[in-house]
Design a protein around this ligand. Sequence first.
Ligand code: AMP
Length: 283
Amino acid sequence: MQIIHAIADLQKEISRLKNDNKSIGFVPTMGALHQGHLSLVKECLAETDHCIVSIFVNPTQFNDRKDFQLYPQKFKDDGELLKETGCHILFAPSEQEMYPEPDNRMFDFGELDKVMEGKFRPGHFNGVAQIVSKLFDAVKPDKAFFGEKDFQQLAIIRELVKQLQLPVKIIGCPIVREQDGLAMSSRNMRLTIGERQIATKIAQTLFKSCTFASLKKIPEVTEWVIKEINSEPLLKVEYFEIVDGNTLQPVSDWEEAEYAVGCIAVFCGEVRLIDNITYKKPE
Ligand code: AMP
């Protein structure tokens, strides 16, 4: 596995690969890798000839400075995991490399980023769009792999690619969970042992809601999930919304959407966790 820090070096390598007619797959990450990230790398290896993974903790997508400063960094371990998994190139640029000048671009995603993460983390998706568009420009991938764990992000990336008319195919990959159901996340490392045990309640509640959702109305399911999770003193729901899986707009009736997804953000102590679940449409 090659480790490359400079865009110019990366581009030389990419030109060489493209001349050899190799297809390029790309997995952008912020590091502190876990099996969720590695599932994207494996999918990338299965679908393309050459897998490039980036590790860059992007400052412009953090609306909370403290969250940025506390974001876990494990570059050495990450490198080993990627090498073992079969990644070909690890691209790890510096902040100076990605932002030699401030990026003042403002994106317009219409209603897609007005809800949920977009509402509670102002500017977050604009920062995501800035870095992903810069990375796509550097890597020029044929396919790029993103997790459904960040459900809204995936929708925003699809929209970004559409707006910029980029020739990259976006592939969504399923959420990888711990054995007790907790969605894997780099932020899980920041949980204390006690918080980690309690955090399981988030996914467990979402799973349970699926078992009776079709028998209830959406507002009732929503209220039940929020109440159930908030009944645990260490957990605080920031939002839980059942939305149309395509438009991300809230729905109040199962019939309104082709498929409905429950998206949640919860504080477990100081750590903010997100998760989501797809509901089956009532027969
Ligand atoms: P991050 O490093 O958190 O920016 O995530 C990098 C990529 O990994 C994103 O496309 C995430 O959606 C994806 N990802 C993170 N956690 C998981 C997970 N538990 N399952 C599947 N994909 C994930």
